[in-house]
Design a protein around this ligand. Sequence first.
Ligand code: HEC
Length: 149
Amino acid sequence: MKRSVVAVGALLLGVGAVMAQHDLVKQDQDTMKANAKNLGGVMIAMVKGEKPYDQTAVNAALAQLDDTAKKLPTMFPDSLKSAKFEGDYGPSPKVWEDKAGFKAKIDSFAKIVADAKAKIKDLDSLKVVAPAIGKECGGCHETFRVKNS
Ligand code: HEC
């Protein structure tokens, strides 16, 4: 009797861990999708002339990217090493194998985003800074993101 209660408890804990893992994966993917929406759908769209320049929208996009920079250090805990990332992309094992390298990418992304707030004042400055932010996204993805086959 006692043993079966323990067994059920252990089982429930296991289910909880899988749920938490699933939620974390979803959060990570939602954050990345929001990055793409704010950089591509807002800032780069203005650079391309698809949307009119709008400082308020730029500031809101930068605030979300800044939030991402703050979240990144805890977005990929060891518990996600074996997690299944559904969709087109997942993290490379290098995220956990080369923690210092991953942190360096987070730091340079965080710095570019923090500096962007003071630098983007008009369309001309947006044209310089938005692609530079994009380069930081790509710089991390190149090493730390893999395409699911
Ligand atoms: C420090 C590393 C790092 C930075 C910086 C970074 N990403 Fe990512 N990104 C990842 C990793 C790792 C994944 C794969 C895991 C995932 O999808 O969450 C990913 C996945 C994505 C995905 C696919 C999401 C999905 O549905 O699976 C998109 C889109 C994306 N990133 C956009 C961006 C954009 C845009 C920026 C810059 C504004 C950015 N990322 C900055 C590491 C980074």
